[in-house]
Every structure is written in structure tokens, then in C-alpha cells.
Design a protein around this ligand. Structure first.
Ligand SMILES: *Cc1c(COP(=O)(O)O)cnc(C)c1O
Length: 381
């Protein structure tokens, strides 16, 4: 059987990952069984690790990439528990659900941290960040999120990284929902460690996550307190360097899919791909505007990938009914992730284009009409 002979239903995922994949990526997983300890498999991972560096323009002399088996959250866990020296503190620049996850990692490991909170709908105040670093010379690790996927807010990581480095701290950035979409240049963006999982920007499958970061910093962390066994960055890095393999069993089929997805990434090209996501994002906004929906985050603060839409004030509005109507027709929409306002999300990730969004809005309009929600939608104030 070849991929051509199988017809796989194409769903349009507008949730924030996993995203719609190409059939060629799906089919790349159907391979002869192989033991991942074979040289052939190690060679494939070596190339995969080096291709990941290229995605963020990382110089292989300075940076490395380390693979983990797990969803994207494993990267946050690994970076924070592995990169904090003894008697030092973590600073989390927190304006959303994903940075809050990093705060929780600190809590679970019992690490000293400062949770520097900012409103979820605006960019953080750089002067406050600088003052915090000034006042707390024991901060060794600063973490934030590039695109707060819960709202779609973009954080100015290059500017934050510049400040972090002035105070000689290490800067880890959760780029899970930007990497391989919004262009990143690890050095120019002042990032020491970035991260993602294969099912988001790369449009591959779930189960493989990776951290791209500074080799010297990883090597220095060899002597830091060991707080986890499975999730230790140096241990995994060192095992890769010595053997070319993942310390424990890798997600074999997901790795084949990721290798194919990277081929497709480089074939599409960084700027072409970003242009496509931007087209999709603009089509989402155009469709929402036509139906009268309002979004939560000011357009100029949006990262260009996630739109948080405010629920209309209509007694017939029921997110789950709208979701189910769309889902039955091949379109997945997703609830929001902030406590203060009721929102749902539409995302521009994945192997989709403008036409898919136009098709979606035909279905969304039908869903509203079917449920007797007024179109254009209404807001009380
Ligand atoms: C998706 C995502 C993650 C990972 O979440 P999982 O639930 O582990 O898949 C982490 N950070 C950001 C910003 C994300 O968008």
C-alpha cells in the first residue's frame, strides 16, 4: 500500500496544536520496524538535531539541540530544574498561562523564584524587569514565554534578553508556539535556550520535544544540583554527545514524522511559511470582523498565530454547541485560557491556508444561525 492509495480525512485544526499535518508527514510514520539503538536511527537523529539548529539560525559551534520524549511541557521542566545553580533564584516574567506553568515547575521542585506578574493582555514593563534584576543579584535564570498561547500575546524577548544578559543571567524562552513559524534568530534574539514540541510549528506529531541552547551553559550545569533523573538536561545532552542516542527509548515513529516535517519546512522556506501563517491569521481576523466578533488582545500585541475571541453577549451563545457543529464538519475550535474573560481561540498553526479559513467561516456562520445566535454577534458594551 502506498500513501496515494490511502485517503485520510483532512481536518482543519484551529486549536493551538497539535496542528493539521500533511499526508506525507502522517505517512512517514509507516516504516519497517526498527530498533532505535541501530546506527541508522542514531544517524537520523544526528541530522535531525543539526536541522533543528538551522530553524533558529543557531551556530553549531555554540549551540546544540537536545531531544526529549514528551509533550512540550517537559522542556519547561527540564530547563528550569537543570539550569539553576545552587543558592540562586529563578525569575519568571509572567503574563499568561504558560509562564504560570514555569512558576509551578519551580514550586514542584521547591526552587526559590520570583513570580513577576504582569497583566495578561499587555506586554511586560521592561523597567520593572530591570529593577527586579538589579534588586536581586541572586537571580541566575530568567524565563518567559514568546507567544502566550493562552491569549496570543507576543512578548518582546529580544529586549528582555538584552536586559537579562546585562545582569549575567541565563535566559530561557518558551518558544513552543512560535518556533518554525515566527522567525527566530537565537543569538540576535538574545535567547540562551528556546524550545518546542514537534507537533506545533514543525507540523509533525506529538511525543517529541526539543531544547535548543548554549552548549557551554549546559556543560556548566553538570555540577548544578540534580533535581530530576529523567528530566536532566546535562544527562540527556551528554548521552547524545557520547552515543548519538537518546538516553531512554525515543518516540520512534514521531521522529520519522519530524524528519519528514523538517524536509517540508526547509522546502517551504522560513519566510514563505511565516507569510502563509500571516495570511491565515489575517483571514481569521477578516472572518471575525465580518461576523462582528471582538478579540481580546490589541492587534499590535498579537504574535500573529493565536486569536482570543470574546464570547458575544447573546443568551443563545453556547461555545460547546458551536464547537460541536464545527467539529462534525471537520473544523476544530478551542476554548480560551484566561480566568478573567470568557474567550475561545482560533489559531493559524499547521498545514492550512486562507481557503481553509474561508471554508471555516461559512460553517461558523451556519453554526451561529443554527443555534439562533444573532449575526452579526452582539456585545452589551
Ligand atoms: C503547547 C505549548 C506548550 C506545551 O504544552 P503541552 O500541553 O505539554 O503540549 C508549552 N508552552 C507553550 C507556549 C505552548 O503553546
Amino acid at each position: 500500500m502506498t500513501s496515494e492509495s490511502i485517503s485520510i480525512k483532512r481536518n482543519i485544526l484551529l486549536n493551538p496544536g497539535p496542528s493539521t499535518t500533511t499526508d506525507t508527514v502522517k505517512m512517514a510514520q509507516v516504516v519497517p520496524d526498527i530498533c532505535p539503538r541501530e546506527k541508522e536511527f542514531a544517524e537520523m537523529m544526528r541530522e535531525l538535531r543539526s536541522d533543528l539548529l538551522k530553524v533558529v539560525h543557531a551556530d553549531p559551534e555554540i549551540y546544540t539541540s537536545v531531544l526529549f520524549c514528551g509533550s512540550g511541557t517537559i522542556n519547561i521542566d527540564v530547563c528550569i530544574n537543570s539550569l539553576l545553580p545552587e543558592n540562586k533564584k529563578v525569575l519568571i516574567i509572567n503574563n499568561g498561562a504558560y509562564s504560570t506553568r514555569a512558576v509551578e515547575v519551580c514550586q514542584y521542585y521547591g526552587l526559590p523564584y520570583i513570580d513577576l506578574k504582569f497583566p495578561v493582555d499587555s506586554q511586560p514593563d521592561l523597567a520593572v524587569i530591570e529593577k527586579t534584576l538589579q534588586d536581586n543579584p541572586d537571580i541566575a535564570l530568567v524565563h518567559t514565554t514568546h507567544n502566550e498561547t493562552g491569549t496570543g500575546l507576543l512578548n518582546p524577548v529580544r529586549e528582555i534578553g538584552g536586559i537579562v544578559h546585562k545582569y549575567n543571567a541565563v535566559f530561557t524562552v518558551d518558544t513552543t508556539s512560535t518556533l518554525a513559524m515566527r522567525p527566530i534568530d537565537i543569538a540576535q534574539d538574545n535567547i540562551d535556550f528556546c524550545m518546542a514540541s514537534a507537533q506545533k510549528g514543525l507540523m509533525a506529531m506529538t511525543g517529541l520535544s526539543f531544547i535548543i541552547g548554549n552548549k557551554k551553559i549546559i556543560e556548566a550545569s553538570k555540577n548544578y544540583p540534580k533535581r530530576s533523573y529523567y528530566c536532566n538536561l546535562f544527562l540527556q545532552y551528554n548521552f547524545f554527545e557520547e552515543t548519538g542516542e537518546m538516553h531512554f527509548t525515543p518516540p520512534v515513529q514521531t521522529i520519522y514524522a519530524t524528519v519528514q516535517a523538517l524536509k517540508e519546512y526547509f522546502a517551504e522556506g522560513e519566510s514563505e511559511k511565516w507569510n502563509r501563517h500571516t495570511r491565515v491569521f489575517e483571514a481569521i481576523h477578516a472572518g471575525l470582523d465580518k461576523l462582528g466578533f471582538r478579540d481580546l488582545i490589541k492587534r499590535e500585541y498579537q504574535a500573529g498565530l493565536v486569536v482570543s475571541v470574546i464570547y458575544p453577549d447573546d443568551k443563545n451563545w453556547d461555545f460547546s454547541k458551536i464547537h460541536d457543529y464545527c467539529y462534525a464538519r471537520g473544523f476544530t475550535i478551542y476554548p480560551g485560557k484566561i480566568s478573567s474573560t470568557n474567550t475561545f481561540r482560533l489559531c493559524a498553526l499547521g498545514a492550512i491556508d486562507e481557503k481553509d479559513i474561508e471554508d471555516f467561516f461559512v460553517v461558523l456562520r451556519e453554526a451561529l444561525e443554527y443555534n439562533n445566535v444573532a449575526v452579526p454577534v452582539k456585545y452589551d458594551n
